[in-house]
Design a protein around this ligand. Structure first.
Ligand SMILES: Nc1ncnc2c1ncn2[C@@H]1O[C@H](COP(=O)(O)OP(=O)(O)OP(=O)(O)O)[C@@H](O)[C@H]1O
Ligand SMILES: [Mg+2]
Length: 271
């Protein structure tokens, strides 16, 4: 029997516990009592302070995840969990995550329709696909776009030629994201940098995190936005970016039983 704990690897990445007893693997994860970001937004729109806090925390989480060579592939409000008082948000649900080595690309179409990057449908994508998903998530969190109810599509039915209903719905949503992104005010330019159609034009998680840290340390605690709303950009606690996961093992069996390789799907990748 051994236990492998991936806990507090990064304050905004969910903690997992993995154990094998009598050859039975078991995962447990940290419980967050505040529900998901979508549930939070269903009750009332996020204030700017909360939206910026969410943005900064998710940027630091994604930087950590990408630094580990992990592509999440399903960033969306439903997969962001909150503590009860909402002061901490956590990137969760690594069910579609995959490890991606330098130079590798993913080829399998997966994720969630409205938050998935355009290049995923072209079956050639990498880390910028997560950046797009974070961008759309933050457009939702800042109240700049909403996902229309009952207008989803099956991702695998989307064709480049756009000659079926799934393709039409998908293209119309992607055009709406672009249009709304162009209308973002200057103080949300960092969100705009995440939803460029060309993956190479998007910021990396590292660039985004650096930008938000610099911005929050430069700004006054509270200032007016172009909307006339109050904005609070106090810096969040500094998070060490180079900290490696704490792997705590008891009665270790073998290195080949790392939880990441059991948990993540590695299919659909090509050099
Ligand atoms: N660690 C957790 N702490 C608290 N609640 C959680 C946790 N993980 C999941 N949940 C709750 O369970 C629900 C389902 O989560 P899960 O991510 O497994 O769903 P899913 O099948 O991926 O569907 P989707 O993410 O599309 O909503 C979440 O919406 C959330 O309310
Ligand atoms: Mg989920």
């Amino acid at each position: 029997m051994y236990v492998w704990v991936l806990t507090n690897v990064q304050p905004h990445v969910i903690s997992y516990l993995y154990t094998v007893q009598a050859d039975q693997p078991m995962f447990a994860m940290e419980y967050l009592a505040g529900g998901t970001l979508s549930e939070r937004m269903a009750s009332a729109a996020l204030g700017l302070t909360e939206a910026w806090m969410t943005f900064r925390q998710l940027a630091s989480a994604l930087r950590y995840v990408h630094d580990q060579g992990i592509l999440h592939r399903d960033i969306k409000p439903n997969n962001i969990l909150r503590t009860e008082n909402g002061s901490r948000v956590v990137l969760a649900d690594f069910g579609l995550a995959t490890r991606l080595d330098q130079g590798e690309v993913c080829r399998d179409v997966c994720g969630t329709s409205h938050t998935t990057a355009p290049e995923v449908y072209r079956k050639k994508y990498g880390f910028p696909a997560d950046i797009w998903s974070l961008g759309v998530t933050m457009m939702i969190a800042f109240g700049r776009i909403t996902i229309p109810k009952g207008e989803s599509w099956r991702m695998r039915d989307v064709r480049e030629q756009g000659d079926n209903e799934a393709s039409r719905r998908c293209n119309s949503w992607l055009a709406k994201v672009q249009h709304r992104a162009e209308q973002l005010p200057d103080d949300l330019s960092s969100v705009k940098r995440l939803v460029h159609t060309g993956p190479r034009d998007r910021w990396s998680a590292q660039e985004l995190d650096d930008h938000l840290r610099t911005k929050s340390s430069r700004n006054q605690p509270s200032e007016q936005t172009s909307d006339g709303n109050s904005r609070d950009e106090r810096p969040s606690p500094r998070i060490p970016q180079t900290k490696r996961p704490k792997h705590v093992r008891f009665k270790d069996k073998s290195e080949s039983s790392k939880p990441t390789s059991d948990k993540v799907k590695g299919s659909g990748k090509r050099k």
